[in-house]
Write a protein that binds this ligand. Sequence first.
Ligand code: ATP
Ligand code: MG
Length: 312
Amino acid sequence: MNNNADILIDIKNITKKYDNGFTALDDVSLQIKKGEIIALLGPNGAGKTTLISTICGIITPTSGSISVGGFDTLKDYRDTRKMIGLVPQELTTDAFETVFDTVSFTRGLFGKPRDNSIIEKILKDLSLWDKKDNKLRELSGGMKRRVLIAKALSHEPDILFLDEPTAGVDVELRKDMWNVMRALSKTGVTIILTTHYIEEAEEMADRIGVISKGRILLVEQTSELMRKLGHKEMIVEISEPLDTLPASLQAFDLTLSDDRKFITYSYNANQEHPGITRLLKALIDADIRTTDISTKQSSLEDIFVNLVRDAA
Ligand SMILES: Nc1ncnc2c1ncn2[C@@H]1O[C@H](COP(=O)(O)OP(=O)(O)OP(=O)(O)O)[C@@H](O)[C@H]1O
Ligand SMILES: [Mg+2]
């Protein structure tokens, strides 16, 4: 990243060792640009919530530093916290308060003047307006999650952290929430979300960071990562082991297995003409008989597995 002025959040070599000695973040560095939507993907226990909590100043890192809008998250806690809205992973709401009051109250906690029209807009955007006088205990799980988003937006933050915002939310509502996030992004809000859903990351994020065992294994443009996810392999089992691949097959991206009984063809599932028909014809022309064919597509899980293995 060459233009430093665009960088809103600068995470430098963050390590977090919890009191029990467990290292949840291990030398994490990441720069997030203003207006960006970035998704953090990673298995349970990867360190996503720890990372978010550290940026928000809720957890103190063991070493390293984070600046938000040029302010240090430790030294200038008040300045950075004001800029941030956080939707926590855990559903914690005060059961007996009403939707409107809890959101309005949260705005006050951030020292912002009471403004009913802003709260009304937020609740309408999140399809919660008709529930504004309901007590929180009278809401469904998905509605409670939206109330948490409303609370996080109540003080009009520049940065919104969403820790698994759509866990336990139905498909329809998930789409509504994606639209809310997109609309916020258009107004210039920088969004960092964690998710286990690859389609959510693909749909929402400009960039995707993969995190595992406290380390960031990769941060990439979503389109680039999706291209990699399109990597597919066709495995052809042949009746007679081959010594070498014939020259007539050189045009294809092929590898011969060590036991010489399998030919693997690598191609991109997103491309229009993957060349399978041509390959099969070329095999027949080369007098290579096939006994079985199977295909394998790399999934996010494969990417995880490969990354984690390479990192070990
Ligand atoms: N207060 C704590 N004390 C000790 N270890 C902790 C503490 N909080 C979290 N951990 C450990 O740190 C690791 C990372 O936890 P974290 O909650 O950041 O993961 P996550 O990526 O958010 O996972 P999930 O997808 O399940 O939400 C886990 O192994 C967890 O057990
Ligand atoms: Mg978490």
